[in-house]
Design a protein around this ligand. Structure first.
Ligand SMILES: Cc1cc2nc3c(=O)[nH]c(=O)nc-3n(C[C@H](O)[C@H](O)[C@H](O)COP(=O)(O)OP(=O)(O)OC[C@H]3O[C@@H](n4cnc5c(N)ncnc54)[C@H](O)[C@@H]3O)c2cc1C
Length: 360
């Protein structure tokens, strides 16, 4: 029997798990602009401890051993083919779009590990660090630096009226209090004019006219959604006003029988979390298997249920702030869940890898 062709666009949290799970059930092609999968929420720890990235930046070939790997970006699709930036045309029976967010990061694992070493040197050689953006990335980076380098002056400047706006106000308040207790200065409702920085006075000006002295800065504003490339494709009318792909309860693009979308790129009404993106991938793996097997099984597709608004933000190595359905807590308890290993061993296991790398 000729194997069905499944093409997955995007090798992030959702795409990687799907590729790993479905690789022995179809002729699978994974398309991603870089040679590796990276655990996104471990990247801030890797900036203060570059060796941490050895376990969190994982070549796709380590977990995706069977199918075809295309290192390029998808730029267009037709009813039966995907077109890539490097000029390839890849045909599919089933297509899964998992392009979450885009980021300009290096193509090879070695370059990515070197990038973390460079960022670590930048942090170590600064006495004061300015962090622009008070979402999860800015907060987690500020906390990592405050905990590992308590002598450095850390300032967060955030445009919004509270930190961590993607979750509730209680989490924002508790996080602000925690950061202040670690001497992190937080300036809300202001933006930074990066052009105002001069090497002589090492000062940045904010939109409120304040001056912030810092030796270096990190821009931690949200990464753009990875759907811009779909704007001129046959799916252009399937994007909502935020650029997210509208999906049905089986996670198929609305009105399409053989195109699915999973992860942050979808319009599912839930907060965007990797753990939910993995849930989408597992459901679509199951649905693809049913469709491929046929013989009536295509009528038994699994249905996705949106998840409650839960999230944990790490605050250094031991603490965290967690929003659960009925309570929000800060301190050691959420820290015990996330902040030690940052779910790295767990994520590696889900990809069929050893949680720890054996030293040779
Ligand atoms: C600081 C921080 C902390 C977080 N902490 C947690 C946490 O504790 N728990 C949790 O569950 N979630 C957490 N998240 C959220 C989580 O990282 C995301 O929800 C998750 O990464 C979404 O997965 P995804 O596969 O949809 O997208 P992504 O992981 O963004 O992957 C998208 C992939 O698609 C690729 N791509 C983009 N465009 C194209 C194209 N045109 N062609 C081919 N490939 C393309 C990208 O290169 C990337 O590999 C955190 C996020 C941040 C920023």
């Amino acid at each position: 029997m000729v194997e069905k062709k499944v093409v997955i666009i995007g090798g992030g949290v959702a795409g990687a798990i799907l590729a790993k799970t479905i690789q022995h059930h179809a002729n699978v092609t994974l398309i991603d602009p870089k040679e590796y999968f990276e655990i996104p929420w471990a990247s801030l720890r890797a900036m203060v401890e570059p060796s941490f990235a050895e376990r969190t930046v994982i070549n796709h070939r380590e977990y995706f051993t069977k199918g075809d790997l295309v290192i390029s970006s998808a730029i267009n699709i037709s009813e039966s083919e995907v077109f890539t930036a490097d000029g390839r045309k890849i045909s599919y029976d089933y297509l899964v779009i998992a392009t979450g967010h885009t980021e300009h990061i290096p193509k090879t694992r070695t370059e990515r590990l070197d990038q973390y070493k460079g960022e670590n040197t930048k942090i170590k050689s600064a006495r004061s660090v300015l962090i622009i953006g008070g979402g999860p990335t800015g907060v987690e980076l500020a906390a990592e630096i405050a905990v590992d380098f308590p002598d450095k002056k850390v300032t967060i400047v955030h445009k919004g009226s509270r930190l961590l706006e993607y979750i509730g106000t209680k989490a924002s308040r508790k996080t602000l209090k925690w950061l202040k207790s670690r001497k992190v200065d937080v300036k809300l409702e202001q933006s930074v004019d990066l052009d105002s920085f001069t090497n002589e006075n090492r000062t940045y000006k904010t939109s409120a006219g304040e001056s912030i002295e810092a030796d270096t800065h990190f821009v931690c504003i949200g990464k753009p959604l990875g759907s811009a490339w779909l704007g001129e494709t046959l799916l252009k009318t399937d994007l909502d006003s935020n650029g997210r792909i509208q999906v049905d309860e089986y996670l198929r693009v609305k009105g399409r029988s053989n195109i699915f979308a999973i992860g942050d790129i979808t319009d599912i009404q839930e907060i965007k979390q990797g753990v939910y993106a993995q849930g989408h991938a597992q459901l679509v793996a199951k649905n693809l298997k049913l469709l491929i097997e046929g013989g009536g099984k295509e009528n038994k597709l699994g249905i996705y249920k949106a998840q409650p608004p839960m999230s944990i933000v790490s605050l250094g190595r031991k603490h965290g702030v967690a929003q659960f359905p009925f309570m929000t807590v800060v301190g050691r308890f959420p820290g015990m869940i996330k902040s030690g290993d940052l779910f790295v061993g767990k994520t590696r296991k889900e990809l069929g890898l050893e949680p720890k790398i054996k030293k040779s």
